[in-house]
Every structure is written in structure tokens, then in C-alpha cells.
Design a protein around this ligand. Structure first.
Ligand SMILES: Nc1nc2c(c(=O)[nH]1)N[C@H]1C(S)=C(S)[C@@H](COP(=O)(O)O)O[C@H]1N2
Ligand SMILES: [Mo]
Length: 252
């Protein structure tokens, strides 16, 4: 099917699904194809489902734009974070040698990696745009190992549908579906613009999800959990964002 006719079909199909009378039928359909996001219930649910379903049908394999070196913002813009805990500062005092990233859940081989181990894995460098939902943005070079590499090492089970990731800041946790988790541009980053990733920018370890808004790129990550359902995490909406009025899926 050509992209245009597929687009039109999806436009009509999802449009009908969102229409008041078609809502129930539409929900069954999108559910069958796994197109309902975890925050797809409630008043804003149909809107969230529309966005997520349309992106997944049309742009599942698309790439975030990558820029030439000359486009790198100087200086980049670090958004303020809440004061970091004593536990964080202790790790920082030890040059982060004891920082670990655990991976568990629906994997054949749960694991825990040190920073040095992660740095020894295959790496990718990319120059992408980070946009905050509040309106500012910057372009930087990010260096890290693809999340897909860690998932492969741990042996993701076939039932896996999402990866939940947590920060050392307890309020910051989020999740992405497998399309984004396995996407080649989704990186566990430890370096930026050629140097170590600064603490303001999420160092020592940050998940970069360049196909979604900045808040999905969680700083100071400590664990990854592979799961087939987000119901048991927090309030079951996939992250803290929907609890605060932001969409779980923030595709751009
Ligand atoms: N752990 C943690 N991750 C976080 C945040 C935070 O406060 N704590 N802020 C988020 C938000 S809202 C945005 S827009 C980006 C900001 O990234 P920057 O500081 O590199 O500009 O980080 C995201 N990741
Ligand atoms: Mo943000």
C-alpha cells in the first residue's frame, strides 16, 4: 500500500474510532493491534490513543533527525533538577566507579552493569535535538550504547512489550514500548559533545530517547525492567508524567 493511501486509511479509520459512536469499536480494534497507550483511559485517553496509534502505524521505523557538528548548541541548555541525594553524591565522590545499571524482569539473564562495562560495549554517537515540553531546546552530540544491545545481552523474552527505566531520583521513572526500546537511536548515554556526560545533563548515565520529548530522556538511570504490562508500576499509567498531566507517549 502506498504511504498516501495508508495514511488516508489510517486517518479515516482512527478518525472513525475517535468519533463518539465509533469509539467502542475503535477501541477494540486498536487494542487488538496493541495501539492503546498505558494512559489511554480517562478523559484524555482517546486523544492519547489517537496520537500513539497514528505514530506507531506511520512512523514506527523512522529516525530522529541527526545534525552536522556545526549545529551543536553552544552552550547546551541544562534544565534544573531537584537537589541530588547523599547517595548520589557519594557515588559522585567515588568518580561513579560504583554506579550500576540493573536489568531485570522479562529477560533470560538478569544482569547489572558497571559504568566501565557499559563503556566497553559497542557505542554510537549521534547529534540530535532535545526539546522540552516547556518550549526550549538544544542540539548536542550524545554517545552511548544502544539500549537494544543491553536488551539483547540480557535476552529479552518474546512477551516483552515495554521497558521501564528508573532514575536515582525516585520521582523520575518512565517507560517506552519495544519499538522505541529497540530503536537504533535509543541510547544509554555516558558522554556528550566529546566529554563525560556532565551531572547537569544526567551523568553518569542517561537514557536518550530522541524520538520523544525531553522528559522521556531520564537522567541518572539505575535500573531497567522489561515487562509485558505497565499496570503494576506506579499508578499503572506507564510513568509519573500522565499523573502530572503529560502524555506517556511524547513522540515528535
Ligand atoms: N532524573 C531526571 N531526569 C530528567 C529530568 C529531571 O528533573 N530529573 N527533567 C526532564 C525534563 S522535563 C527535560 S525537558 C529534560 C531536560 O534535559 P536537559 O537538562 O539536558 O536540558 O530532562 C528530563 N529528564
Ligand atoms: Mo521538560
Amino acid at each position: 500500500m502506498s504511504v498516501l493511501s495508508r495514511r488516508r486509511l489510517i486517518g479515516v479509520g482512527i478518525g472513525a474510532a475517535a468519533g463518539a459512536s465509533g469509539l467502542f469499536l475503535g477501541r477494540n480494534l486498536v487494542q487488538r493491534y496493541g495501539l492503546i497507550p498505558p494512559d489511554g483511559g480517562g478523559i484524555y485517553g482517546p486523544g492519547e490513543t489517537l496520537t500513539y496509534a497514528a505514530h506507531r502505524l506511520l512512523t514506527r521505523h523512522s529516525m530522529a533527525r541527526e545534525f552536522p557538528r556545526a549545529a551543536i548548541s553552544n552552550p547546551p541548555f541544562a534544565n534544573e533538577v531537584a537537589p541530588l541525594s547523599r547517595a548520589f553524591k557519594q557515588l559522585q565522590d567515588g568518580a561513579f566507579v560504583d554506579w550500576r545499571l540493573a536489568i531485570d524482569g522479562m529477560v533470560a539473564q538478569p544482569a547489572s552493569f558497571s559504568l566501565a562495562e557499559i563503556k566497553s560495549f559497542p557505542s554510537r554517537s549521534q547529534i540530535t535535538h532535545l526539546a522540552c515540553e516547556e518550549g526550549w531546546s538544544y542540539i548536542a552530540e550524545w554517545i552511548g550504547t544502544p539500549l537494544s544491545h543491553l536488551l539483547e545481552m540480557a535476552g529479552t523474552l518474546p512477551q516483552a512489550r515495554y521497558v521501564v527505566y528508573r532514575s536515582i531520583q525516585p520521582d523520575w521513572w518512565d517507560s517506552i514500548d519495544m519499538a522505541d526500546a529497540l530503536h537504533p537511536q535509543t541510547l544509554v548515554t555516558y558522554a556528550m559533545n566529546g566529554g563525560d556526560l556532565p551531572v547537569e545533563f544526567g551523568g553518569p548515565l542517561r537514557l536518550r530517547v530522541p524520538r520523544q520529548l525531553g522528559y522521556k530522556s531520564v537522567k541518572y538511570i539505575t535500573s531497567l525492567t522489561v515487562t509485558d504490562s505497565l499496570k503494576r508500576f506506579g499508578k499503572g499509567l506507564g510513568s509519573a508524567s500522565p499523573e502530572g498531566g503529560y502524555a506517556w507517549y511524547a513522540g515528535i
